[in-house]
Design a protein around this ligand. Structure first.
Ligand code: LLP
Length: 453
């Protein structure tokens, strides 16, 4: 598989990796490493795909970008220009969204333990929806609605009790979860009465999100069946047909060349069909249906560039390739055992020449690529044994000074970055069809001590 088959924004010219028409080597020289590079072209294409597979195809639908995946002011502007709304989960994300100029009505505010200040901020700002999953919050929202003379539009996040096929740390829909309201009827009735009796709350319907990085639609459909039964039960018990249904996110992306490329239709088509048939049977109108993709929009749009700083072979054991970033800019391998694909951006021709394109973790590929592409383990610079970015990947003769490009780092890398070891967080560069511009500057040492009083 050539790199362009794996990631359409990637291309090899001579020995050099180009991303969205820009030389990765030029970007590394110009902006330094580690560097997050985000293809605006890919982000906009992905938003267009959401429009054609969902928004334009089905009436009465909405898509909001789950901005926790990667939130910058530029990103907020790009996705809203492309017709999506924004999902935020904290006062900080809300602040940035508003600062970027996102219309409050297009914002959905989530969170299982929002603070009083956050709720006040959300109500004052007139966010489009607040998704709640606890009665304390419902009482607080009713109080704030009365205080500000507003009707607060509320959704309930419920726990469908479905296990999703993903890493247990990013599975959220099972019964034993900190997210959502359990559907046990005794619990449910208290919630329904509380929200329907409140005079400053406008109850819009239900939300579920069963997990992230899902490669099949089974758990979405299983959860949806349960929620549709809930909608029908609530309609008959309370005479209230919830006008909205929010299906969350979770659509998986490609991290390794062997991963399937899933388009949004694979997830939304069967769900829309199920909603249509279920509402027909229950005799209730089709609700407004919302989806909340995060990773699917930004994941494959991002790569991270590193400079190789050390190469260390332990005879008979392994070769460690040390780069100038690590778990501070990408915590996912340490946290979820996440796998990534990478290549040397200045020796990309050699990887392309290898039959099979030397997919990561494949000893076959390394043998095929010859002695030059031995399996190595890419590690970061943190004082932490677990700071391993990629275990066992075939790289052609890595040397200090080489530029390593790691793919599919757009989602949950920049947004989960830390300053462990007082390592400044990388800059973010946006590319668009051969052009590039700085979007977020690199953190400085001064930034690192700026909050100390
Ligand atoms: N909606 C809700 C309510 C969510 O909690 C999430 C993600 C999404 C939408 C977007 O899910 P996505 O489409 O991105 O899968 N840090 C983890 C992922 C945590 C996801 C949390 N919630 C990771 O790096 O894999």
């Amino acid at each position: 598989m050539s790199i362009a088959d794996f990631n359409p924004a990637a291309e090899v010219r001579g020995d050099t990796l180009y991303f969205d028409g820009v030389s990765a080597i030029e970007l590394a020289k110009r902006y330094g490493t580690p560097l997050y590079v985000v293809s605006e072209t890919t982000v906009r294409r992905r938003c267009a795909a959401i429009r054609s597979a969902f928004l334009d195809k089905y009436p009465n639908t909405a898509a909001v970008y789950a901005s926790k995946a990667f939130q910058t002011l530029d990103m907020c502007r790009i996705v809203t220009e492309e017709g999506l709304g924004l999902d935020v989960v904290s006062g900080g994300e809300l602040y940035a969204a508003l600062k970027a100029g996102v219309a409050p009505a297009k914002i959905i505010f989530h969170g299982n333990a929002k603070s009083a200040d956050e709720l006040d901020y959300a109500v004052r700002s007139d966010v489009g929806r607040i998704v709640s999953d606890n009665l304390f919050e419902i009482a607080e929202l009713e109080r704030l609605g009365a205080l500000y003379g507003k009707k607060v539009r509320v959704l309930y996040r419920v726990t469908p009790g479905v296990d999703s096929h993903t890493h247990r740390f990013i599975s959220t829909g099972s019964l034993d979860s900190k997210f959502g309201i359990p559907l046990d009827p005794s619990v449910r009735d208290d919630y329904m009465r509380a929200v329907l009796d409140a005079s400053h709350l406008d109850f819009r319907g239900f939300h579920f999100h069963i997990g992230s990085q899902l490669h099949d639609n089974f758990s979405h459909l299983a959860a949806l069946r349960i929620i549709l039964k809930l909608v029908a039960d609530v309609a008959s018990a309370y005479g209230y047909a919830a006008p909205e249904l929010n299906l969350g996110g979770g659509f998986g992306v490609r991290y390794l060349p062997g991963d399937p490329a899933l388009d949004p239709g694979y997830f939304v088509d069967p769900m829309m069909e199920l909603i249509r048939s279920s509402c027909g049977e229950a005799g209730i109108p089709m609700p407004l249906v919302t989806i909340e993709p995060g990773r699917w929009i930004i994941g494959e749009a991002g790569i991270t560039l590193y400079t190789v700083r050390s190469v260390k072979t332990i005879p008979g054991i392994r070769t460690y390739v040390g780069v100038d970033g690590g778990m501070t800019d990408n915590i996912r391998p340490a946290l979820y055992e996440a796998k990534y694909h990478a290549l040397l951006a200045n020796k990309a021709g050699e990887a392309e020449a290898a039959p099979g394109g030397a997919p990561s973790g494949s000893p076959v590929a390394s043998a095929a690529a010859g002695a030059a592409a031995a399996l190595v383990t890419v590690v970061g610079k943190c004082c932490e044994t677990g700071d391993v970015l990629i275990r066992d990947i075939a790289l052609p003769d890595p040397r200090p000074g080489d530029t390593l490009a790691v793919f599919s780092t757009g989602a949950y890398n920049h947004s989960m970055a830390s300053n462990y070891n007082r390592i400044p967080r990388p800059a973010v560069v946006l590319t668009r069809a051969g052009t590039h511009r700085l979007s977020v500057r690199r953190e400085t040492y001064e930034d690192l001590v700026a909050r100390e009083v």
